[in-house]
Design a protein around this ligand. Structure first.
Ligand SMILES: [Zn+2]
Length: 69
């Protein structure tokens, strides 16, 4: 598996959720970042896109709320 942020190879079980892994370095970077830093927003946005993809894949048998309006 590869780190979501730096693409370095990551040992299994470092920080993983929904098939996404992050290496210890990037995790530490993220923890040290402040919301004011542009990198922070970029990373959060990238994570959101990935999470949404994971969720819609898991829930593809039923429509999302936004599709029902
Ligand atoms: Zn990394």
């Amino acid at each position: 598996m590869h780190c979501l942020l730096c693409q370095n190879a990551v040992e299994k079980g470092v920080l993983s959720f929904c098939g996404i892994v992050m290496c210890g370095e990037c995790e530490a970077d993220l923890m040290e970042m402040t919301v004011e830093q542009p990198e922070y927003e970029q990373i959060i946005r990238a994570l959101k896109v990935l999470w949404q993809r994971q969720f819609s894949a898991a829930l593809d048998h039923r429509p999302l709320e936004s599709d029902l309006t």
